[in-house]
Design a protein around this ligand. Sequence first.
Ligand code: SF4
Length: 694
Amino acid sequence: MNAPGAPVELRYSVCPHDCPSTCALEVERLDARTIGRVYGAEDNSYTAGVICAKVARYAERAHHPDRLTQPLRRRGPKGSGEFEPISWDAALDATAEALLCAEQRHGAASVWPYYYAGTMGLVMRDGINRLRHVKKYSGQYSTICVTSAWNGFIAGTGRLAGADPREMAKADCVVIWGTNPAHTQVNVMTHAVRARKERGAKIVHVDVYRNATTEQADLAIILRPGTDGAFACAVMHVLFRDGLANRTYLERYTDAPGELEAHLRTRTPQWASRITGVPVAEIEAFAQLVGRTPKTYFRLGYGFSRVRNGPVNMHAALSIAAVTGAWQHEGGGAFHNNGAIYHWDRSMIEGLDALDRSVRVLDQSRIGPVLTGDREALMGGPPVDALFIQNTNPMMVAPDHNLVRRGFAREDLFVCVHEQFLTETAKMADIVLPATMFLEHDDLYQGGGHQHIMLGLKVVEPPEGCRSNHELICALAKRLGAVHPGFDMSPRELIDWTLLQSGWRGVADLERERWFDVQPVFEEAHYLKGFAWPDGKFRFKPDWAAVKPQGFGPQGATLPVLPDHYDVIEEANDAMPFRLATSPARSFLNSTFTETPSSVSRERRPTALIHPADAARLGIVEGARVRLGNDRGSTVVHAKLFDGLREGVIIVEGIWPNAAFEEGVGINVLTGADPIGPVGGAAFHDSRIWVRPA
Ligand code: SF4
């Protein structure tokens, strides 16, 4: 512990959580095992000293009394939560034996290593793929979050990269669309608000309900979920109609401006108003604002990913910047994610040299159908008999929860979960292994929402008994007879190798400098030398077939040729007259932070936001218990009357554990695991439901 009065030691790190902000952190190190407050690095030009409250109080999570520190073996029935402590050696032996046994019974493809973004560090998140590829286990198509939105963006630009996010501060209008950054990536607000303070910029928020971001906006557009494409088309209709389309830019930089203009003649504000619920006057006002403000910055978020027409909606929203020519200006253009600028060589971390493309790749979002033996989800291959899980909690976050639960309850399924807490998924496991947190190991990070390569070195020792993902993967590899040079390297060696092979400077430089700012030059980021297609043109007519990497979308889906309202959402009907979106709560991050008392007390309880007119019709009063249901199942929550959404729309922020709901069944009992077209994904904001007093 620091001597009284001595300055607190500050160490540098990076937030590892599933959030595009990827904040540069300064962490109080109180002693070899203890942290204090966590701050945002002032001198990182994107973080700019600001982080969210949940990470600022990270000590609560890191030093939580419920952290797992001891390997456990199931003693009672599946899901009973009855475990007995065992040694690491015994746990590793049991896991290896079960994986080998599954392999012998139905082949290597019956083992499914399953992971996601519980940490975004490249070494600790993606090392599981090295074991997968060397052992020829089933692949994972990681669709649950980004796939649909990314591919919608790439469909237009040809590349997953956009205008420097710091340029938001130089915009005259910032359009924040399909994201609630005040909850989910707070730094967007830092730069947007700076634009207003310093330049009098307008902030516009386009979302499915009024929330903390909307409170900071000058103009709010509240849509029915899944209707962004219709709204975007009507906006572009007005731009062409009123001479606000930049015809010089369109001719030079886009593929089919004439066809787009003709197509949009019928996509009037009146047409869009009927679909979106947005009044005609608001559509007109938005179009006039973005049409008359050359430096308009479109910050497009992950909300687009959560509806069945997500890629089409993302592409339609993105198309507005091409119609106005906003890309030409500093402070203008569009941004979603900078994944393409890092050009990583992941072959050592992920063992890509051992990748066998004939091995099946299963859709992560369809874990329910996969585990319950759906032949299509299994791609005609063997059943999954063994799951090895890191960095994700599918019992809480995966769609179609009843199927997921049924799958995990299979007596013939072996499950090993490597986790920080006894999550609802860990409770279904046969073997549970305690994992380190980000401040307890070394890792490499990239800013999804910005442009920094960042290094997070170990700050404190882990609790006795916890091992990092990398340690576990290497130890298992030994027992499974899996050989690859990556299993013999330290995390620091893997980081150095990856940096150098990817064309960057090595880890020693990164440690000294803390981050590399790898922002592409203005002309490249704004596509001034052409978009990333062979003809250099932004595509209003995407080649959807080309952005269909693995064919997980609905077979035979016909996507619109030009931006449009793609009418494949789970539209309300007489029996299920509401549309549900499961938007992110401020104090949780997916299932992370649902274990910290301060987050739980801030969020209170699972709550359905319902329009007062709908509530009156159903005889529902403030705070009443209501049952939400559809063909997949039902759950009970409390109602909050709220006029910041369209009638017929329900919002349940989360994601809360199943156990927080009075019947032990959470909100994902209502969401579907059918894939989004054309690339797959889970439609978390696109479920039709009924609502009844409980
Ligand atoms: S805003 Fe996002 S990246 Fe930054 S500290 Fe919070 S969770 Fe982490």
